[in-house]
Design a protein around this ligand. Sequence first.
Ligand code: ZN
Ligand code: ZN
Ligand code: FE
Length: 762
Amino acid sequence: MNDLGGSRVWVTGVVQGVGFRPFVYGIAKRHSLAGWVRNTSAGVEIEVDGPPENLQAFLTALRREAPPLARIDEMRIEACEPHGYQAFEIVRSESLPGAYQPVSPDIATCPDCLRELSDPHDRRYRYPFINCTHCGPRFTIIEDIPYDRPNTTMAPFPLCADCSREYGDPLDRRFHAQPVACPTCGPHLWLQAGGARRAETDEALHEARRMLRDGAILAIRGIGGFHLACDATNRAAVVELRRRKLRVDKPFAVMLPDLRAIEANCLIDEAARTLLESRERPIVVAPRRSGSAIAREVAPGQDSLGVMLPYSPLHHLLLERAAGFPEALVMTSGNLSEEPIAARNDEASARLGRLADAFLLHDREIGTRCDDSVLRAFEGQAYPVRRSRGYAPVPVRLPWEAPPILAAGAELKNTFCLTRGRHAFLSHHIGDLQNYETLAAFEDGVAHYERLFRVQPEIIAHDLHPDYLATRYALDRAAREGLQAIAVQHHHAHIAACMAEHSIADDRPVIGVAFDGTGYGDDGAIWGGEFLLAQYTEYRRAAHLAYVPMPGGDAAVHEPWRLALAWLQKASLPWDEQLAPVQAASLEARAILGRQLELGLNAPLTSSIGRLFDAVAALSGVRQCVNYEAQAAIELETQIDLDEEEAYPFEVDGIAIDPVPVIRAVVADVQAGVARAAISAKFHNGVAGMVVQVCHVLTKAYGVSEVALSGGVWQNMALLERTVPALRRDGFTVLLHRQVPANDGGLALGQAAVAARRAQGG
Ligand code: ZN
Ligand code: ZN
Ligand code: FE
């Protein structure tokens, strides 16, 4: 027995509720080791005895074969004397005061559960809530830690004898799977229409499918909230859904049964396929095939579609292939306009009553609402647009320890961020903080994360904009609780978010290209075409787009023709009747606008490149008024001529970047009858060229050659595709967002990073 050794192992990360203990049990048995494994409130702890080579093999397997949902942050191993254990056991959990650990996000139905779902001999055959340790809801059903059933919304469903046996058997796939359920003991489904229950369980599902086939609009309760659904190939149904939801042009997402169906409608490359099939199951934005049967009204004016695969058993059953039934369903957030997604049954009946013809409901409560995530693929990897279900609340790992900070985030596409140690818990998508309902969802979300991750913030970081509801919340709370408030300039936060997700640890500066729609500047102007020499603690505004007045203020965001007229005037060009934005303005509107420009009344200055995109879109006749954020720029991008290589020139003079030559060239091309597609291409090429040119100027001045791209305008793929390779060709190192969005959905991470370094006097 003297050739025995011993090991103690501590594992932290997402290691609970993911089948980690049974996995450890399995590999310990395989390598004939004795000892035990247990959960603690900080992670998983293991003690094993055995021959040294077996111990080594066990430790290797522990790293290499970890269950699919586990995410190991740290593994600490200590050699020790053998304890003389006789067998391997899973022992009782240990609670450590104040300890916390990451919570698993919601995970798409696994292949084993899918097999059982379609097996007539399985006791969960066609059961819409089937799940196991490897799949199912997590974050959305957890109300507190430790992650045990009584702390989830599954608490009201006592396990039946069969489920209880599976739950207690270390060798079963459902060992300690907290949401485990079956038709005998678990949640169930029903269909409600006109205030009456019309069908139960499987019949409810069949009736829902028949209604969708016949063109109805259904509210369907899912994992993170309600979807509004209709047949995506039925034009009339899609148009009706838009009318009822008060959503004019903003694209809807589409769910299809399998990859084959997606490939029939979209061009899917290897990277997009990997993202679509990942366990996070996001919506992936991909180019639409010309022969697609999906109604144009699903994404008006766009040549791409947001598509996803089913991610819950209910979705798999809804989209089951059968002759005559729809193979593509619009699945859009169950809300009116920009309110938060509905999650409770009563709330849905009240808020979606006039939007849906029927409700497909169930009785498993949603603890935290969570919208679908949206991604694109860029250069073979994920490029996030909205980071929510499947990703939140997995923390972004910080390059250093941070004090407890709450970062309140931005106004639009709000997410907030809480830090603890090296974890930055960036929240799920909250929405546009412009109404009471969304503010309430924000406050609930903050309270939930603080409880879940045991964080008591000492610092509150916020945007400079005094009127953002998130800023007001931050300042009120800081005053009430006596906390330190740290204001972070919007574009500085964008760049810091990009630096933090790339684990830039030291405070060396990078060239931050913050291209955005809006953001409050240090001088009170509206920034958004910024080159920052940025560190976490501070930044220098190294170059920026020339200011132009934004006549009408916020109205100019909705009416790009206003920006076009302002730029014409700045370029000393006449308001020529032949130009589309001039035609779009009545004589009276032109007179008012002229006065605003002349007197500087209600015409704040802006350096936003988003607004320049708007102006060019308006001048080239793409669009004069928008129905959703960045619509004009998106449609300008959509119309691009891929073969056009010419570029409009910006005038770069030191730190001033003047678009006037671009405006002159656009107008000349419009007047010469040059195709819109060519104008779009020359403009995108011109912006990309200007970025490279300015980066060279800044490298010469400051000796920095690392470039971070952030801000909402970097969601423009045509611009990204033109800029990134050009920068690399010239020797720059390019930092791109990969974990959090470049838009305001990623802003809170940057606010937190800046506050963390400033607080430490770094
Ligand atoms: Zn499963
Ligand atoms: Zn059961
Ligand atoms: Fe922004």
